[in-house]
Design a protein around this ligand. Structure first.
Ligand SMILES: [Mg+2]
Length: 254
């Protein structure tokens, strides 16, 4: 079925993690957006500011109306408003302060109960409110690389923490990313939820949506999409995404 919405994870799927789109993909991606009447969605754990720096700053503003940007794994979704000349939230949710405080104290408790180890005071600030999400790190984010590398390479610590926390909080879902962190969100907020909302908003069929991502393992933030969606492209690096896009264009033109 011809696709009407192409949705992409950002880091590792369209751009190198936390870095701007590769030079050889800049014009290509812009031309790709222009090519047909499809809409594009960027769905990421990151912030709008990061998405702009990494990708949107390299795309002509004439195309902004075609691009949805959903950040913090779906908590927020922006569309471009030409009258305001800026992106405004299509939806935006936040943790309730009371829930947030309880969650924070439970995270500290989990650290003491489950990890049973004290970390140097310099790394002790475990819980950060990461924009709208809550992230928990088994080491402070500015710790030297070699310490991060060895802190939880097989996710044992974080899986133990998640097990403990899941008992307490069935209303939350936990995502493991990169070397040290866990992101926490209400269990109804995830990338799959974003696709459901956009399908409604665009008044299209679910089968007209294709999602590209690179982090589909259990506890990965693309995982819910694989679990519940129809058409998913799993990539392990950006080149795979762009080769797939080329294939789509080729098929549509020939
Ligand atoms: Mg990714």
């Amino acid at each position: 079925m011809r696709k009407k919405l192409l949705a992409f994870d950002l880091d590792g799927t369209l751009t190198p993690p936390y870095k701007e789109v590769l030079v050889q993909h800049k014009k290509f991606f812009e031309n790709f957006i222009k090519s047909f009447d499809w809409k594009i969605a960027i769905i990421t754990w990151s912030t709008l500011e990061k998405v702009e720096q990494q990708l949107l700053d390299y795309i002509s503003s004439d195309l902004f109306a075609k691009i949805y940007v959903s950040t913090c794994n779906g908590w927020v979704c922006y569309i471009f408003d030409y009258s305001l000349q800026e992106r405004r939230p299509l939806w935006e949710y936040k943790f309730d302060e009371k829930d947030l405080n309880f969650l924070k104290s439970s995270l500290y408790e989990a650290r003491d109960q489950v990890l049973k180890e004290k970390i140097k005071p310099i790394w002790e600030d475990f819980v950060v409110k990461w924009w709208y999400m809550v992230s928990f790190s088994v080491i402070w984010k500015d710790a030297p690389d070699h310490l991060k590398e060895n802190r939880d390479p097989e996710w044992r610590k974080r899986k133990k923490l998640i097990e403990y926390l899941k008992e307490k909080f069935s209303q939350y879902e936990f995502y493991i990313w990169w070397r040290t962190a866990i992101d926490i969100l209400p269990n109804w907020v995830n990338k799959w939820f974003v696709l459901e909302k956009l399908v409604d908003f665009e008044k299209i069929n679910k089968k007209e949506v294709l999602f590209f991502g690179d982090w589909f393992v259990r506890w990965g933030n693309d995982w819910p999409v694989k679990e519940y969606w129809f058409d998913v492209v799993e990539v392990s690096w950006l080149e795979q995404t762009f080769n797939f896009i080329k294939q789509i264009l080729w098929n549509l033109r020939s």
